[in-house]
Write a protein that binds this ligand. Structure first.
Ligand code: PLP
Length: 409
C-alpha cells in the first residue's frame, strides 16, 4: 500500500479537494477491468459515470484515436475538417434528429441547449425579451456551471456560488400534472433526465415521458432530454426516451459519446430549433475537432456493431433480478433500467459509502450517489461471467455488513 499512499498524499497536497474518491490508484484499464498501482485487479462497475459504456480502451476507438492523431487533431471551427460531417451525420441518424452541434463536456452541451431554447423562444415563439422561462425538475443533475447550478435543488451545489441565473422554475421529478400547471405563456422549454442518474437512479413512472411529450407539444414548449448519462445504450435502448417513443425537441448527449477516451458532447434538434444559431452566436474552440469527431464516430460504431443495447437490456435484467434475489437486509429498494442500477441502502443501516469501500476491498469498484444509493453501471461490454463474479462479492457485502472486510493499509 506504500505506492498508493504516496500517490494519494501527493494528490491531496496539490489538488483542489472537490472530490472524495475511494482510496484506489488506477494505473491501467482494459475492457471492464482496471489495475491499481499495487497490481491489484478490480472490476469497474462505475464506468466513469457511464462515460465508458464501450469499456476501457476499446481497440477500435483507440485505433481511431491513434489514426486521427497521425493526421490532424485540431482545426478550430475557423476552418472545416473532414471528420466532423461523418460524425454528426451518424449521430443524427442513430438519434432521429436533423442537426447536431458538437461541444466537449456535458455541461457545455446543456448550456448550448438552454441558449438554443431561449433564442427559439424569442425568435419563434414570440416571448417578450428576457422573459423566457425554463422548467426543470427537483433533484436534477445537469452539470456544474453557474447557470446550471442556478436551478439545482442540491444545497451544496449552490452554496457560495451566487448570484444565480434567473429564468428557471422547479417542479417535482416525473410529475406530468405539475408540469402542466407550471407552464405559462413565457415557458419555452422543459428539461429533464429520463432517469435521474446522480439523483440516485430515479426512474419515472411508466408512461410519464410520453405524457410529458404530449403536454409540451400541446403547449408549444420545447422538450429537452438530458441523456448525457442515460444515452448510448446504458438503459437497454440507444436512448432512454426510446422506451416510450418520446422523441424530444432537443437531446443533450456526452459521456459515452467519447468512448471514455476523449470529451465529446453534443446538442441535437430539428432544423427549426438549430437555425436560431447564426455565425458568432455560440461556439467552442475544441467542439467538433477532428480527433474528437473520429473518436465519437468510432464510439457510436462500436455500440452498433457490438449490439450493446441488447446486451445492456439482457444483462441489466439478469443483474437486477439476481440483486433482488439476494434479499439483503440492508437494502430498501433496487431501481433502474438496463445496466443503470441503483441499490438504495436503508437509512437505519448507515450510508452507502462503507458498502462501496467493502466492495472495493473485494475487487469491485462502484460509488455511492446521494449518500444512500450504490450505483452499479458497468461497461456494457461486460460479460455474464463477470457479472456473476461481481455478484458473489456483492452478495458477501450485502448479506452481512458486519463482516470485517478490509484491505491492508
Ligand atoms: C455527467 C452529467 C452531466 C455533466 O457532464 P460533464 O461532462 O461532467 O460536464 C450533465 N447531465 C447529466 C445527466 C450527467 O450525468
Amino acid at each position: 500500500m506504500e505506492t498508493t499512499k504516496k500517490v494519494i498524499q501527493e494528490v491531496e497536497s496539490c489538488s483542489a479537494h472537490n472530490y472524495h474518491p475511494l482510496p484506489v490508484v488506477i494505473e491501467k484499464g482494459e475492457g471492464a477491468w482496471v489495475h491499481d498501482v499495487e497490481g491489484k485487479k478490480y472490476l469497474d462497475m462505475l464506468s466513469a459515470y457511464s462515460a465508458l459504456n464501450q469499456g476501457h480502451r476499446h481497440p477500435r476507438i483507440i485505433d481511431a484515436l491513434v489514426e486521427q492523431a497521425g493526421k490532424v487533431t485540431l482545426t478550430s471551427r475557423a476552418f472545416h475538417n473532414d471528420k466532423m460531417g461523418p460524425f454528426l451525420s451518424k449521430l443524427c441518424e442513430i438519434s432521429g434528429f436533423e442537426k447536431a452541434l458538437p461541444m466537449n463536456t456535458g455541461a457545455e452541451a446543456v448550456e448550448t441547449a438552454l441558449k438554443a431554447a431561449r433564442k427559439w423562444g424569442y425568435q419563434k415563439k414570440g416571448v417578450e425579451e428576457n422573459q423566457a422561462e425554463i422548467i426543470v425538475c427537483a433533484n436534477n443533475f445537469h452539470g456544474r456551471t453557474i447557470s446550471i447550478v442556478s436551478f439545482s435543488t442540491e444545497e451544496q451545489y449552490r452554496m457560495g456560488f451566487g448570484p444565480f441565473t434567473p429564468g428557471f422554475k422547479v417542479i417535482p421529478y416525473g410529475d406530468a400534472e405539475a408540469l402542466e400547471k407550471a407552464i405559462t405563456r413565457n415557458t419555452i422549454a422543459f428539461m429533464m433526465e429520463p432517469i435521474q442518474g446522480e439523483g440516485g437512479v430515479i426512474v419515472p413512472e411508466k408512461g410519464c415521458l410520453a405524457k410529458i411529450r404530449e403536454i409540451t407539444r400541446e403547449n408549444n414548449v420545447l422538450l429537452i432530454f438530458d441523456e448525457i448519462q442515460t444515452g448510448f445504450a446504458r438503459t437497454g435502448k440507444m436512448f432512454a426516451f426510446q422506451h416510450e417513443a418520446a422523441q424530444p425537441d432537443i437531446l443533450v448527449v456526452g459521456k459515452a459519446l467519447g468512448g471514455g477516451v476523449y470529451p465529446v458532447s453534443a446538442m441535437l434538434s430539428n432544423t427549426e430549433v438549430m437555425e436560431v444559431f447564426k455565425p458568432g452566436d455560440h461556439g467552442s474552440t475544441f467542439g467538433g475537432n477532428p480527433l474528437g469527431a473520429a473518436v465519437g464516430l468510432a464510439s457510436i460504431q462500436v455500440l452498433l456493431d457490438e449490439k450493446l443495447e441488447e446486451r445492456s437490456e439482457t444483462l441489466g435484467e439478469y443483474f437486477s433480478k439476481r440483486l433482488q434475489e439476494l434479499n439483503s437486509p440492508y437494502v430498501k429498494e433496487i431501481r433502474g433500467k438496463g445496466l443503470l442500477i441503483g441499490v438504495e441502502i436503508k437509512a437505519e443501516c448507515g450510508k452507502a459509502r462503507p458498502f462501496c469501500e467493502r466492495l472495493m476491498a473485494l475487487g469491485v469498484l462502484c460509488k455511492e450517489t446521494h449518500d444512500q444509493t450504490i450505483r452499479f453501471a458497468p461497461p456494457l461490454i461486460i460479460s455474464k461471467d463477470e457479472i456473476d463474479w461481481a455478484l458473489e462479492k456483492i452478495s458477501t457485502v450485502l448479506q452481512d455488513a458486519s463482516q470485517n472486510i478490509s484491505w491492508e493499509e
